[in-house]
Write a protein that binds this ligand. Structure first.
Ligand SMILES: Nc1ncnc2c1ncn2[C@@H]1O[C@H](COP(=O)(O)OP(=O)(O)OP(=O)(O)O)[C@@H](O)[C@H]1O
Length: 843
């Protein structure tokens, strides 16, 4: 079994768009014979390989040179491996797979396998099985059955290293292989990186197992072909991998680092231990690296200066791998004849060993009994084989020395299969090794189980963490909501407390109002009763007091209107005096001329009196109008008072009802208040407007009176003059009869006028008196009402009632003001009327 080196070929792809865009230029310089490549512009020495392929090398050429022979070997029963190594986007998948137009290595291998089978002798029976797996995040996933995503790796003394539970699909044609590859390819994990839009994130391994059996002899051989497309070997930063792909990159790097370490251990000539077990990749490919395999490594590189560093690293890896030595052998199953010969040989060996054991036991017995066996007589295999296996073992005597027992080390047969890389590095007994492998397989199963469990747990943990995050978010929102609700609840509680407090207060208010109402009703009925009694008494018995009071007041008023030294009385006296003068008893002798003059003046005066009468008539008319207006105003006032009382009553009733209902208490009250106030304000405004109008009219009348006053003054002056002229007139002799007649006439007319004035005065005085009475009555009733309100106010000592009373009082005050204004107007009217009356009397 001779050692054969790994075949390493290097393939450069053309520059890609990114490299051109980034200003990269091709830096490869391949030697003419294709044995080495130099990178221009670097200090690196040429990198030597079995073959270097330039950017424009066809797939066919690469296959022909690098792979074709391996396929023949596998068909012949050897193990074979083809690796594609290189940075992301360097062309690994392109080289291995490519597409239907530009087929890569794997399709060509498959085609060639079936071609070889077809061309093989008729007594050879072939079976071809395909498996497809990937190592992703240090877990072996079956791409043909993705539910198996963490398969354990086992080792067996006959099967070697294998993936336990990996699906093997029997195929009978190229198409079937393509079909299997396609379905497996769809399950691969790929991701976008800066370097490659569909970057392989895992190491993919296609395993083709070809078994051939000689139907004549029964001898069988089987070859395994591993076709490995490694994940990108670049640095994470350059690919832009981040997030999960960063985690991936670390694990991918772990496998690739382990691959590098294995290659180092295999090639440095010093290491006694090869760390195959450091990664799943190296463990599966244990046979392919330094073991029973014909291996080809294709290193894929970028030709661009842009990826110079990665290319150098890849080339170094390839150079190192080139010195790995494998020990490929045919994996043959022996034919029955060969097996018989082997059994015969082992049987002979067993007999020899039995003799040897017997000899040794004899020797041991001597030694144990204290005897000695000379060294020359020590039992050895050589002596036994020389003496022949047929020689029966002699029992050594105590004198004869026993043959020397060989040490176990020297006796140890070659139990280790040297074609397979030893694992572990310690040399173990066959049984120990088997035990070790058994134990290891168990452990691998357990590890896989635990890993699957761990993955499940991790997934569960992720879900739980997500849920936790969601719940935390929800909790946050709920906490905020809760806080808001608590605040709202507190507000509502406060409101409720307030409402219940208000309710209680209202209930108390209602109760107290009810009590007050009852009291008031009682009082009202009492008052009514008293009032009735008073009225009766007023009418019947107490007329005196009231009449007296009334009379006093009226007298007072009348006195103010008609004092004894007033102008009216004076004028009256004067007129009387004049009449007295005109009396025949006190007749004065007036001259004819003076009399004429007097007559003329009298006529003039008569005319003026006529005019004044007209004016008085007008004034009378005006007075009537004013009186009508006043009556109207009073009616309105009464109506307003009634309306106000009704409104007030209604408001109180409403308020009570509202309080009983205990809902929207404040609103209703304020609404009612507003309504009442509005109504009241509107009424008040209307009244004030009317009062304003009345005032204006009064002012106008005032002016008229003033003008009249002036005329009166003038008249009085002329009258005085006349009087004085009359007084100073010398007594002249006139015809007595004529004079008497004239005087009599004058006296009569004057007396008539006086009588007329007297009647008029009486009427006016009567009217004035009745008005005064009315005013006094109004004042008395106002006082009574006020007293009633005061009483009510005293009775109602709670807040709400006081409020209501204050409201009523305010309204009452406003009413009083209006009344006062009305009284003022009345007074003004009366004043004007008096003045007018006075002037009239004067006249
Ligand atoms: N020799 C070549 N000739 C022409 N195009 C190529 C060649 N090698 C690679 N390419 C192109 O370069 C791109 C990247 O190649 P590929 O996907 O094979 O890279 P990769 O090494 O498998 O990348 P990854 O490790 O990310 O999977 C593809 O579009 C491919 O067609």
């Amino acid at each position: 079994m001779s050692g054969n080196n790994i075949k390493v070929v290097c393939r450069f792809r053309p520059q890609n768009k990114l490299e051109i865009k980034e200003g990269g230029v091709p830096i490869t310089e391949i030697q003419e014979d294709g044995s080495a490549v130099t990178l221009k512009g670097t200090s690196q020495p040429p990198f030597a390989f079995d073959k270097v392929f330039g950017s424009n090398t066809a797939q066919q050429e690469v296959f022909e040179y690098s792979i074709k022979s391996i396929v023949d070997d596998v068909v012949a029963g050897y193990n074979g491996t083809v690796f594609a190594y290189g940075q992301t986007g360097s062309g690994k998948t392109y080289t291995m797979m490519a597409n239907s137009q530009d087929k890569g290595i794997i399709p060509r291998i498959v085609e060639q396998i079936f071609e070889s089978i077809i061309l093989s002798p008729a007594n050879m029976e072939f079976t071809v099985k395909v498996s497809y797996m990937e190592i992703y995040m240090e877990k072996v996933r079956d791409l043909l059955d993705p539910s198996h995503d963490n398969l354990p790796i086992h080792e067996d003394k006959t099967k070697g290293v294998y993936v336990k539970g990996l699906l093997e699909v029997y195929v009978s044609s190229t198409e079937e292989v393509y079909q299997v590859m396609k379905s497996g390819g769809n399950n691969r994990v790929v991701a976008y990186t800066n370097m490659n839009a569909e970057s392989s994130r895992s190491h993919s391994i296609v395993l083709i197992t070809i078994t051939q059996k000689n139907v004549d002899t029964g001898a069988a051989k089987s070859g395994k072909l591993y076709l490995v497309d490694l994940a990108g070997s670049e640095k994470v930063g350059k690919t832009g991998a981040s997030g999960q792909t960063l985690e991936e990159a670390k694990k991918i790097n772990k496998s690739l680092t382990a691959l590098g370490m294995v290659i180092n251990s295999l090639t440095d000539g010093k290491s006694s231990h090869v760390p195959y077990r450091d990664s799943k990749l190296t463990r599966i490919l244990q046979e392919s690296l330094g073991g029973n395999s014909r291996t080809t490594l294709i290193i894929n590189c970028s030709p661009s200066s842009y990826n110079e560093a990665e290319t150098i690293s890849t080339l170094r890896f390839g150079v190192r791998a080139k010195s790995i030595k494998n020990k490929a052998k045919v994996n043959a199953d022996l034919s029955p004849a060969e097996l018989k010969a082997l059994v015969k040989k082992f049987k002979g060996e067993t007999v020899s060993y039995q003799y040897y054991i017997q000899a040794l036991e004899g020797e041991v017995t001597i030694w144990r009994s204290g005897g000695t066996v000379p060294e020359s007589q020590w039992a050895t295999m050589d002596k036994l084989s020389k003496s022949g296996t047929t020689a029966s073992p002699t029992s050594p005597t105590s004198n004869s020395p026993s043959p020397r027992t060989p040490t176990p080390s020297s006796f140890r047969p070659a139990l280790v299969d040297e074609s397979r890389p030893t694992t572990p590095a310690l040399i173990l007994e066959k049984d120990e090794r088997e035990e070790f492998m058994k134990r290891e397989n168990e452990l691998m199963d357990q590890i896989a189980e635990k890993e699957s469990e761990l993955t499940e747990r991790e997934k569960h943990l992720d879900t739980l963490q997500e849920e936790l995050g969601f719940l935390k978010e929800q909790e946050k929102t709920m906490a905020t909501d809760n806080q808001n609700i608590t605040t709202e609840l507190n507000d509502v509680k406060l409101q409720l407390q307030k409402v219940s407090y208000d309710g209680k207060e209202s209930a108390i208010t209602v109760d107290s109002l009810r009590d007050a109402n009852q009291e008031l009703e009682l009082e009202l009925s009492q008052l009514k009763q008293t009032l009735d009694e008073l009225r009766n008494l007023q009418k019947e018995t107490d007329d005196e007091t009231k009449s007296k009071k009334k009379a006093d007041k009226i007298a007072e008023m009348m006195a103010s209107l008609d004092p004894p030294d007033s102008d009216i009385s004076l004028k009256e006296q004067q007129l009387k005096m004049t009449l007295d003068k005109l009396n025949p008893d006190s007749a004065i002798n007036l001259s004819e001329e003076a009399l004429q003059q007097l007559k003329q003046q009298l006529l003039q005066n008569k005319a003026q009196v006529g005019q004044q009468e007209l004016v008085i008539k007008n004034l009378h008319h005006d007075k009537e109008t004013l009186l009508a207006k006043r009556t109207e105003l009073e009616t309105k006032l009464n109506a307003l008072e009634v309306e106000y009382e009704e409104l007030l009553e209604k408001a109180i009733n409403d308020e009570e009802t509202a309080m009983e209902r205990n809902a929207d208490l404040t609103d209703t009250i304020s609404e009612l208040k507003i309504k009442l106030e509005n109504t009241y304000v509107a009424k008040k405004e209307a009244q004030q407007q009317e009062i304003q109008d009345l005032r204006q009219e009064l002012d106008r009348k005032d002016e008229e009176y003033k003008a009249l006053d002036t005329v009166m003054v003038e008249l009085r002056i002329s009258n005085d003059k006349l009087q004085s002229a009359l007084d100073s007139q010398p007594k002249t002799a006139t015809t007595l009869d004529e004079k008497e007649k004239d005087i009599e006439k004058m006296r009569k007319s004057m007396a008539e006028q006086l009588a007329y004035f007297e009647v008029m005065k009486k009427g006016l005085m009567r009217d004035l008196q009745s008005r005064c009475e009315k005013v006094v009555e109004l004042e008395i009733s106002l006082e009574e009402t006020r007293e009633q309100y005061n009483h009510v106010l005293k009775v109602s000592n709670n807040k709400a009632q006081q409020k209501k009373m204050a409201f009523l009082e305010r309204n009452l005050e406003q009413l009083t003001n209006v009344q006062k204004q009305v009284i003022k107007i009345k007074k003004k009217v009366r004043g004007n009327r008096e003045r007018y009356h006075h002037q009239f009397i004067l006249y």
